[in-house]
Design a protein around this ligand. Structure first.
Ligand code: ATP
Length: 503
């Protein structure tokens, strides 16, 4: 598993997707740059989300709020008082961990043991093997599941009660039962605020302490009434936004899964108080459908309903994705009640109420939000796409099966040779296609090697221009996933490709 993840990271760098920030200075931990292909993939995911949320929903509009906000915002949102992570240091290794993530790693070990049992039984029973039945009846599996549930429950209770001594005790017990960190000498658990501070203004007297926003949601809450009025929005309605957020995370080699500067895609849906259960279920289902629409496979996703709730929520569920290092949160769906708007009313002294013409009354709306990390979605798509494939002739190829709608470059145009007018013709084809999607020219190396390079870069189509093209204006179109090739006319290219790469 660890090797698979290392391959993902090195492939991302080698093929122009992601690299460590300021690498020539040895990098900055948990901060990353998206290079040429990565920037395109990220943009395509962002647009795929924006289209599904804003363009296709008449009652959702999009905004772009500032990263800097008035500091009282964070008092009202609870981030100054409650946006903490429990930290623990190991005295032997001098490593710092997030206590809850460390405990989840122990649970991950138990899940690994369950998967081993499944694999063993799968081999034993062959085609007759029923995974679900096995999981719900095998005594060893049931014991592991029970242990995992107990650990998470105990952690939830201790964190909620701020009983940090018990969190430490739990880590000590778990380290003996199933070692993860390899050392046992721990400090006490401390709370650590995740917000980055900075200062606004040049002079010492007039400057003001600010925070870089740790979530995009608050930019939406403070604009709620403004957007409702100027857009003449009627409840239920939503406001969506994509933008950067910053958290001083305690991280351990997780690549772009947990970053200090990252991007969120959030939507806050404003509803009548009392209708939150219904809308919470609605958005859980709608968001899962969005994920499944990419066709990466249903078995990669699962819901995880929370028992321990954040200070603002009355129900919360994660959509988890099977990353190379196990199932982890990709998106959260939260029923936030009127916590944020009411709190902003209190702190700002302004009314943030909606007049409901059907009920004939004013109220502070309730909110159901969907919140997904753009970078985490990128990692889900990218890590799942990378595979080594055994071919019929015994050779292997590396292929990056990014869904065609999200692929950075849709087609590469390849002249068979660098002479006889083929490069010119290839450029002519690029000239005709580039208005509709990203295309790329490549003439270096033998055609087979160019195909392999495009497979590994995730390009769904290769268009090969050869001598026959000069005579009859037909080209070869090669499909990345099946490696199938077909002959068609230049005039047919645009529609054929568009059908596969359009949203
Ligand atoms: P976690 O428990 O993993 O720290 P969270 O529950 O704090 O995440 P939310 O505050 O609900 O996360 O944020 C919503 C989404 O934003 C998450 O589902 C995740 O996709 C993304 N996200 C949060 N923190 C980070 C981060 N440090 N780096 C990248 N993406 C992040």
């Amino acid at each position: 598993q660890e090797d698979d993840f290392k391959k993902v990271i090195s492939h991302a760098k080698e093929y122009g997707y992601v690299t460590q920030s300021s690498e020539i200075y040895d990098g900055l931990s948990a901060v990353y740059d998206y290079t040429q292909n990565g920037a395109e993939l990220k943009k395509n995911i962002r647009e795929y989300w924006w289209q599904a949320m804003v363009q296709l929903n008449e009652n959702i509009v999009g905004i772009d709020a500032a990263i800097f906000m008035h500091p009282t915002t964070w008092k009202a949102s609870g981030h100054i008082d409650a946006f903490n992570d429990p930290l623990i240091d190991n005295k032997d290794s001098k490593k710092r961990y997030r206590a809850d993530v460390l405990i989840e790693d122990y649970v991950g070990k138990l899940e690994g043991k369950i998967e081993k049992e499944v694999a063993k039984a799968g081999k034993r029973f062959g085609a007759a093997f029923d995974r679900d039945q096995f999981l719900s009846t095998n005594p060893r599996v049931l014991k592991y599941q029970e242990q995992a549930t107990d650990i998470l429950k105990r952690m939830g209770r201790s964190l909620e009660a701020e009983d940090l001594a018990d969190v430490k005790a739990l880590i000590e017990e778990l380290e003996i039962a199933c070692p993860v960190s390899g050392s046992r000498n721990w400090t006490d658990v401390k709370q650590f605020n995740l917000m980055f501070g900075t200062r606004l203004g040049a002079t010492a007297e007039s400057s003001m302490e600010l925070f870089l926003r740790p979530e995009t949601a608050q930019g939406i809450f403070v604009n709620f009434l403004n957007v409702q009025k100027s857009g003449r929005m009627k409840i239920p309605f939503g406001i969506a936004q994509v933008g950067k957020a910053f958290r001083n995370e305690i991280v351990a080699r997780q690549f772009i899964f947990r970053m200090r500067e990252f991007e969120q895609m959030e939507m806050q849906f404003f509803i009548r108080p009392g209708s939150q259960k219904e809308w919470y279920e609605h958005w859980k289902e709608a968001r899962m459908k969005w994920h499944l629409s990419l066709g990466m496979g249903k078995e990669l996703y699962r819901f995880h309903d929370h028992e321990k709730l954040a200070h603002y929520a009355d129900a919360a569920s994660d959509i988890e994705f099977r990353f190379p290092f196990g199932f982890k949160e990709l998106e959260g769906i939260h029923s936030r009640t009127d916590f944020d708007l009411s709190s902003h009313e209190n702190f700002s002294g302004r009314k943030l109420q909606y007049f409901d013409p059907e009920l004939g009354e004013h109220y502070v709306p309730y909110v159901v939000e969907t919140s997904i990390g753009l970078d985490r979605m990128f990692l889900a798509v990218f890590s799942n796409a990378l595979c080594e494939e055994q071919l019929d002739d015994g050779s292997t190829r590396t292929v990056l099966r990014i869904p065609a709608v999200l692929a950075p470059v849709k087609a590469a145009v390849l002249p068979l040779v660098k002479k006889d007018g083929l490069p010119e013709l290839a450029h002519e084809i690029i000239g005709a296609l580039k208005w509709d999607f990203m295309v790329q020219y490549d003439e270096k190396d033998a055609i087979g090697r160019r195909y392999r390079r495009q497979d590994a870069a995730g390009t769904p189509f290769c268009i090969t221009v050869d001598h026959q093209t000069l005579e009859d204006r037909t080209v070869t179109l090669r499909y990345r996933d099946t490696m199938e090739q077909k002959r068609l006319s230049i005039a047919e290219l645009k529609d054929t490709i568009q059908k596969e790469v359009g949203f």
